[in-house]
Design a binder for this molecule. Structure first.
Ligand code: ADP
Ligand code: AMP
Length: 208
């Protein structure tokens, strides 16, 4: 059997990165995350300026830039978990032309919890591991368990930018969730549990 082709939708802070990492390990597939790819290339000049300008404002990076990242990342993937894409209906249409999805799951989490998760998130700038000051703290405050680097806060995880990202999600990405619901492809998963509980529900969805 071919390896599963999965997309994980949900607002910023819903736990997509946390769960995609675990799913990719469980099913031995690639974890493709447009956010990480864009952060790694945030100062690269494109026809539309640099990704940084959009990301720091909490806006979507223009489709041609993001679509190119996805095409390259999926070209050689034998199965994948796609995290952070598609984020608008045009991207969903673009994706439909290049892959056949096995699972479309969407994580729901109340907005006040999303804000708590995002403002408390800390990341490792060297190995991309994710922590939370309260919900998933590292063994030693401020340093990465995996590689020892000093943890940082993402530029866009400040309260004002988080609010803008949630607005952008409602405007652009919620219609993508509606679209997959209407086509009968969507499974909605409660993201407001422990990471283990959410993972169990996602695994059941992939294996259904
Ligand atoms: P996303 O990729 O959807 O933006 P992340 O996976 O980066 O979200 O999670 C956002 C923050 O919330 C991180 O700091 C992470 O440690 C924390 N987190 C993830 N899942 C949970 C959970 N089930 N309960 C509490 N905190 C969580
Ligand atoms: P994330 O790491 O998924 O929270 O994404 C961080 C930021 O990267 C977003 O706020 C956008 O600016 C940009 N980004 C990530 N994925 C996409 C996408 N599919 N389309 C447009 N912009 C994106």
């Amino acid at each position: 059997m071919n390896q599963p082709q999965i997309i994980l939708l949900g607002p910023p802070g819903a736990g997509k990165g946390t769960q995609s990492t675990r799913l990719a390990e469980e099913y031995d597939v690639d974890h493709v995350t447009t956010g990480d790819a864009l952060r790694a290339n945030r100062d690269v000049e494109t026809d539309h300026g640099t990704p940084r300008e959009y990301m720091e404002a909490g806006e979507l990076v223009p489709d041609p830039v993001v679509n190119e990242i996805v095409v390259e990342a999926l070209a050689d993937a034998d199965g994948f978990v796609l995290d952070g894409y598609p984020r608008n209906l045009d991207q969903a249409e673009f994706l439909a032309d290049i892959v056949d999805l096995d699972t479309v799951a969407s994580l729901s989490v109340p907005e006040d919890e999303l804000v708590r998760r995002l403002t408390g998130r800390r990341i490792c700038p060297d190995c991309d591991a994710t922590y939370h000051v309260e919900f998933a703290p590292p063994a030693e405050a401020g340093s990465c368990d995996d590689c020892g680097a000093e943890l940082t806060q993402r530029d866009d995880d400040t309260e004002d930018t988080v609010r803008e990202r949630l607005r952008v999600y409602e405007e652009n990405t919620a219609p993508v969730v509606d679209h997959y619901r209407e086509t009968g492809k969507l499974t909605e998963v409660d993201g407001d549990g422990t990471p283990d509980e959410v993972f169990t529900a996602l695994r059941e969805t992939v294996e259904a």
